[in-house]
Design a protein around this ligand. Structure first.
Ligand code: IPE
Ligand code: IPE
Ligand code: MG
Length: 256
């Protein structure tokens, strides 16, 4: 595993972070692989391959600094609109990432979890993902949520369907439905809302990511394309987060 403490620069940034106020849950929209490749005159798929390398580094970094939950947006329900060739590469890269990393992730106590409808993924990819979830299910370290064939709207609809089903079958009363109950029907049941949502490559939109869960997340958009987002960039982003004033609709304590 790469040791992120090794460079003096990272050590300095880490020293500037408040280790007691790390975000509990970081969610990342890993965007800009295509542009990263285009800027270098390379095919988009080379950008996706470089994106996997960035993911490897960021997962290790989060695990080492003690982040409890990391959610990464790997494939959206809208990404099926892309050319078949690109979808195929994305799927095989995903499978390869899990295959190559599973042993190390497992030995680092990372628990892999999926957000999204994996029944629509190619069979071999779905099987690989389920195998990883199963193998790591009792791990106690970083929870790595892979948002795969994920869409916030689709997630809310499937939650609604499950709720209606429970109401019809008398497993749930209409009166008992509240925000907490609803959240338990989402893919992220048991996972706290993200404190920090990061989007790379400068686009200022959610693109159907965690629509319910990001209600009060701090959003940080960075200009770097995803393949350039390294440990140092993550630590910088956490520093930005720590300088934010989270009010959740209230007012600052000193003003009370
Ligand atoms: C993110 O990079 C990867 C996925 C959406 C799967 P993009 O492929 O969206 O890269 P850009 O936005 O075209 O640069
Ligand atoms: C969001 O990026 C989805 C993922 C990163 C997986 P997109 O590139 O698909 O989003 P848009 O099309 O720019 O909104
Ligand atoms: Mg994009």
């Amino acid at each position: 595993m790469i040791n992120i403490w090794k460079t003096n620069k990272n050590k300095k940034i880490l020293d500037n972070l408040d280790r007691d106020r790390l975000p509990l849950h970081i969610a990342i929209i890993m965007d800009g692989n295509g542009r990263w490749a285009r800027q270098r005159g390379l095919p988009r798929t080379v950008g996706h391959r470089a994106g996997v390398e960035a993911l490897r580094g960021i997962v290790q970094c989060c695990s080492q600094i003690g982040i409890k939950y990391l959610t990464v947006y790997a494939f959206s329900t809208e990404n099926w609109k892309r050319p078949q060739y690109e979808i195929g590469i994305l799927m095989s890269l995903l499978k390869e990432y899990i295959r190559l990393e599973l042993k190390e992730l497992h030995s680092n106590e990372v628990r892999i979890h999926v957000l999204g409808n994996i029944s629509q993924l190619p069979k071999d990819v779905g099987e690989q993902v389920l195998k990883a979830c199963d193998k790591t299910r009792n791990n106690k370290g970083l929870v790595l949520n892979l948002a795969l064939n994920y869409g916030g709207r689709a997630e809310i609809i499937q939650a609604l369907q499950a709720i209606v089903d429970d109401v019809i079958n008398n497993n749930l009363s209409l009166e008992s439905i509240n925000e907490e109950v609803f959240a338990n029907y989402l893919y992220t049941a048991d996972c706290p809302d993200p404190d920090l949502v990061i989007r790379t490559s400068g686009e200022m939109r959610l693109s159907n990511f965690l629509l319910w869960q990001a209600a009060y997340s701090e959003i940080v958009v960075v200009d770097e394309c995803w393949p350039d987002f390294k440990e140092e960039s993550l630590l910088d982003t956490i520093r930005v987060y720590q300088n934010r004033d989270r009010r959740f609709g209230g007012i600052k304590k000193v003003e009370e």
